[in-house]
Design a protein around this ligand. Sequence first.
Ligand code: SAM
Ligand code: SF4
Length: 461
Amino acid sequence: MSKPRKVHVKSFGCQMNVYDSHRMADTLAPAGFTETARLEEADLVILNTCHIREKAVEKVYSEIGRIREFKEEAARDGRSMMIAVAGCVAQAEGKEIIRRAGAVDLVVGSQNYHRLPQMLARVQDGEKVVDTEFPVEDKFDVLAAPRRDSIAKRGISAFVTVQEGCDKFCAFCVVPYTRGTEVSRPVEKIVTEVERLAAAGVREITLIGQNVNAYHGLASDGAPATLGKLLRRLAQVPGILRLRYTTSHPRDMDDTLIDAHAELPALMPYVHLPVQSGSDRVLAEMNRRHTREDYLGVIARLRAARADLVFTSDFIVGFPGETEADFRDTLTLVDEIGFAGAYTFIYSPRPGTPAADRPDQISPEVKSERLQRLQALITQHQRKFNAGFAGRELDVLLEKPGRLPGQLVGRSPYLQAVQVMAPANLIGSVQRVTVTEVGSNSLFGALADEARNPAFAAAGA
Ligand code: SAM
Ligand code: SF4
């Protein structure tokens, strides 16, 4: 039996990192590690990093500086604290991290964290370890399965990585370099993981991947499946009430996925579909390999399959060479589609990507002015979208206690947070809720038919 130790994992960036952080903790459990939310008592601190924007990298270095002080304090108390940097910054910067931040003991790339226990043993022997090679084995084959206690802590809604990496090479993006080439997990491995999650009380699964709809994992008949087929299979897992997926690429929206939206009630009517720009000229220079028209076509096909589908997106403003006219094309696209929300990013030159070397970079002032205009427009659409729910009924998956006593918080099919007065025994169930008030960050509602709800009556509420 290994000596009990504590690990504190801090995640930056996307949902894939959140998932990876959970799996790192699961991998370390057999080596005696339990998770702690308190950095100061940790024997091992892992920063699971993101490299998508410049500030994210600087944030990691300043975070290491902060942790170094805890490490020094632990040393004064006669304890040792190891610091590991994982994820995409680790992958991209490699041993530069140890050169720049000597307090770091271990740098582990995004494909290598299944080897963490062995690497830590080397660190304990006094070595500084850097492991960022893309391995020949698949980390998903080697990783420990999610543990029941850790699943229970993670609640009603869980992420499952089904696909990683990207072969698309958009001119601005580091993902193909930091996460490597596209790899999909086999269908049955995903089904087993989802069954395990469902048995532990998870009711909603979000399938994640850098290009999740490029999924092509092998099915049990040996043929590659599509994301649509995978979703059909997962909809049959007992206990799973809701399915979602993110992030999709417009080029990979195939008929099986569109049909799945028409046919699977468990598949939520909400699609995050990054477009980046509304200008064909910029889209071509970004190497997105789709036009504005293609994108609108995909949206139309999805809406024809399910009329209540809502869309969110990612946008980059200030890509090199973007003119005011290009930017206005982005604004008109937002108006044309009416997104329910969007992530907006200022273009950040990432070393090693083709766009970073272009001479026609946009000034920071223009970039931030465009960002503000775009955000204002998106906020306007988002408010309009939410305001449309006042007085309407929605199915809400109740997830956890809310801010006020007696209140629960859940999600609508469109991923809006909904606060409802309801008894705790309804956590994990989908309830019909009447929206009574639309707030700036969430909706407020009441159980639509309390009288017909036996669980509610039993709780004496
Ligand atoms: N695969 C997805 C796609 O094709 O849209 C997105 C993956 S990426 C991790 C998430 C978002 O980060 C992108 O959609 C893009 O908007 C943003 N992003 C990526 N590289 C960026 C850069 N160099 N500067 C600013 N934003 C960037
Ligand atoms: Fe990056 Fe997405 Fe483009 Fe791949 S498709 S290079 S992950 S933005």
